[in-house]
Design a protein around this ligand. Structure first.
Ligand code: NAD
Ligand code: MG
Length: 417
């Protein structure tokens, strides 16, 4: 029985993790939950999973949660009201909760960094969905893992696929994950990408892209931020950096392949030229379950993959001119140091502004590029945690002021005319 802490329990990753825990009561027990503002869902989760501790992102919501739990009818009340905490410190308490063995990181964005580091310092294994943490702070996270002995198990579907493919190679355990050293036997990685919401749109048509268009993913049901990242292909760019930190390959050996059916979740090419792929329906529960159960396989009754039902699997190279975010991510990854943190923060801010309809879809890469360009002169090659936090704050502010200045290139009105 593994005791798990679920960070971001009310989100897409969080709710799927809890579904798995509910389906496999002999395997997993939920001891900690953290959430943002969705108190209704959180209270349902507390009733169902009876965690020992619950953390809210914002302290202002704590009195209401306390009151609502106390006022539950007796038959709905959890056996014990969980220990309730809030704010940055509260998230770290839940992430490093003593009885937890494994922490599933389903918080979105760099907000996941401090709780994930707290979990690593406490020696917990990590099922990593929150890729932004590793992208922004790879040079901080990797040494922290080494020091504590915690294992970073990928829950992102592509990285789970690579991890699964590598189980049969000399790479048989996670001891070599995230060391910054190339994985033995591994020559190349091919990350597959569905192509996102705009894969069948022309570059010209993107001028008319709306928030509704960008948040409708053809294959996966996910949170809003990652759905927009899929539409810009920044998600794939971020995953290239994630793969670099997890598997130690140079950027020249990590490729992106468009695979519209999302059945092959990624491929590895080994040094003898053998290529291995992992397949499954586009359903995040499988990679989450594998990160939770590794090195074991849990039996499920989930829909089995029958390839004749799909008929054809197709592949093509991505269009780099249509998706500039991919190239921005490769460049930031190669620049290393604090640059991936700047790329990530600028992207988070740009996507947030796009979702509020303050900038046009096509301006997302423009503001990110300008921000990364400006950071070149201040790049720190070997950043500490404080450096990462500082550049993260700077990049968000930089994006906001670029948009406020409203230069011809950035304003909403100049696109789509
Ligand atoms: P989501 O928006 O659905 O959920 C985010 C969760 O984090 C919610 O519980 C929310 O309350 C909480 N949260 C948001 N801001 C917070 C803050 N500032 N502090 C603390 N908690 C906060 O997001 P998601 O789609 O579940 O994605 C979560 C992470 O998993 C992201 O890093 C994403 O890139 C990654 N991921 C998601 C999927 C997917 O299928 N959804 C796939 C691969 C990777
Ligand atoms: Mg992914």
């Amino acid at each position: 029985m593994k005791a798990i802490s679920v960070l971001g329990s009310t989100g897409s990753i969080g709710t799927q993790t809890l579904e798995i825990a509910h389906e496999c009561p002999d395997q997993f027990k939920v001891v900690a939950l953290t959430a943002g503002n969705n108190l209704d869902l959180l209270i349902d989760q507390i009733k169902k999973h009876q965690p020992e501790v619950v953390a809210l992102a914002e302290s202002k919501n704590l009195p209401e949660l306390q009151k609502r739990l106390q006022n539950l009818p007796n038959k709905e009340k959890p056996k014990e009201i969980p220990h309730l905490v809030a704010g940055k410190e509260g998230l770290q308490i839940a992430a490093s909760w003593e009885t937890a063995d494994l922490v599933v990181t389903g918080i979105v964005g760099c907000a996941g960094l401090l709780p994930t580091l707290a979990a690593i310092k406490a020696g917990k294994d990590i099922a990593l969905a929150n890729k932004e943490t590793l992208i922004a702070a790879g040079p901080v996270v990797l040494p922290a893992l080494k020091k504590s002995g915690s294992r970073l198990l990928p829950a992102d579907s592509e990285h789970s696929a690579i991890f699964q493919c590598l189980q049969g190679t000399p790479f048989t355990d996670t001891a070599r994950l995230s060391t910054g050293v190339p994985t033995p036997g591994l020559r190349n990685i091919q990350l597959t990408a569905s192509g996102g919401a705009f894969r069948d749109w022309s570059t010209e048509a993107l001028k008319n892209a709306t928030v509704k268009d960008a948040t409708s993913h053809p294959n996966w049901s996910m949170g809003k931020k990652i759905t927009v990242d899929s539409a810009t292909l920044m998600n794939k760019g971020l995953e290239v950096i994630e793969a670099h930190y997890l598997f130690g390959l140079d950027y020249d050996h990590i490729e992106i392949v468009i695979h519209p059916q999302s059945i092959i979740h990624s491929m590895v090419e080994l040094t003898d030229s053998s290529v291995l792929a992992q397949m499954g329906w586009p359903d995040m529960k499988l990679p989450i379950l594998y990160a939770m159960s590794w090195p074991n396989r849990v039996e499920t009754k989930w829909k089995r993959l029958k390839l004749p039902e799909i008929g054809q699997l197709t592949f093509r190279d991505p269009d780099t001119s249509k998706y500039p975010c991919m190239q921005l991510a490769y460049s930031a990854g190669k620049a290393a140091g604090t640059m991936p943190a700047v790329l990530n923060a600028a992207n988070e801010e740009a996507v947030a502004l796009f979702l509020k309809e303050k900038i046009h879809f096509l301006n997302i890469p423009k503001v990110i590029e300008k921000t990364c360009e400006k950071h070149k002169q201040d790049l720190k090659a070997d950043p500490q945690l404080d450096d990462v936090i500082e550049v993260d704050t700077w990049a968000r502010q930089e994006v906001k002021s670029l948009v406020e200045k409203g230069t011809d290139e950035i304003t909403m009105s100049t696109i789509g005319e």
